[in-house]
Design a protein around this ligand. Structure first.
Ligand SMILES: Nc1ncnc2c1ncn2[C@@H]1O[C@H](COP(=O)(O)OP(=O)(O)OP(=O)(O)O)[C@@H](O)[C@H]1O
Length: 251
């Protein structure tokens, strides 16, 4: 069974079908990229998945649990975590304190931690492990707002990992990055795929094609196709509406 399934999802804004009966699956261990030209409905779909928007029809299942009607924090508890285009890092706190807060929030919401209660030492260990996991082990005492942009995004990923997600949603993780920072983010995402499924929304097509096992192409709210990188690249409709000159450089 697929870890994550969207079935016939619909979202209307007045007369506009922003999400038009979208279905897709994400398997365990998969990086699944969602691509499409501007206005295709990627952001709307992400907001439906995370619970920021309510679907008009259809279902969303995570590990066989129907999460369609769950609130956003309940979806996180069910195993879905999101990284934001706008980072939620507390800029005036240290890297370590940011991670402590995230670990604490998860301990408070996780039944596993309830008995026995997570001790301060457990949380410190967890914060250290999270910093190491995203390559910020040497920066734990640094004030988060003084980190370079790429490192702040890595910290944002670590905050999402604190919830121990089964599915991680990465919404434009490379936005605003130069080539070196992008390359480091690709490595980081690569290192995560063994322990969780990833749904990646990203404009950087080099990164997308390097990372994704499968891609879903959205056009005008509809799924044009889902397939491997080669299948997507070779599909004439995709080339026409998306990878062609019409949308060069855009996602
Ligand atoms: N709250 C809203 N009210 C009305 N229309 C909306 C709303 N949100 C999005 N839309 C419309 O829905 C369509 C899909 O928008 P969406 O932002 O999901 O696309 P996108 O693929 O994320 O595009 P981009 O890459 O430009 O962010 C667009 O036509 C947009 O104008």
């Amino acid at each position: 069974m697929s870890l994550f399934r969207i079935e016939g999802l619909v979202k209307r804004f007045g007369g506009l079908l922003a999400t038009d009966h979208v279905s897709l699956t994400v398997e365990r261990g998969e990086v699944h990229a969602l691509i499409g030209p501007n206005g295709a409905g990627k952001t709307t779909l992400v907001n439906l998945i995370t619970g920021l928007l309510k679907a008009d029809a259809g279902r969303i299942l995570l590990d066989e649990i129907d999460i369609t009607k769950l609130r956003d924090h309940q979806r996180v508890a069910a195993g879905m975590s999101r990284c934001f285009q706008v980072t939620r890092v507390f800029a005036k706190e240290t890297v370590h304190d940011n991670l402590m807060l995230a670990a604490q929030a998860h301990a408070g919401s996780s039944l596993r931690f309830m008995a026995p209660r997570a001790t301060e030492r457990d949380l410190v260990q967890r914060a250290i492990a999270l910093a190491d996991r995203v390559g910020l082990g040497g920066e734990r005492d640094r004030i988060a707002g003084t980190l370079p942009h790429g490192a702040q995004r890595a910290l944002d990923v670590a905050l999402a990992l604190a919830a121990e997600p089964k599915l991680l949603l990465l919404d434009e993780p490379m936005a605003g990055m130069g080539p070196d920072e992008s390359a480091r983010m690709v490595e980081l995402i690569e290192s995560l795929r063994e322990s969780m499924a990833i749904l990646l929304i990203e404009h950087d097509m080099d990164a997308v094609f390097r990372l994704a096992n499968r891609l879903t192409v959205l056009v005008q709210g509809r799924v044009l196709m889902s397939g491997t990188a080669d299948e997507v690249r070779g599909h004439p409709d995709v080339q026409a509406v998306y990878l062609g000159t019409e949308a060069e450089g855009h996602a």
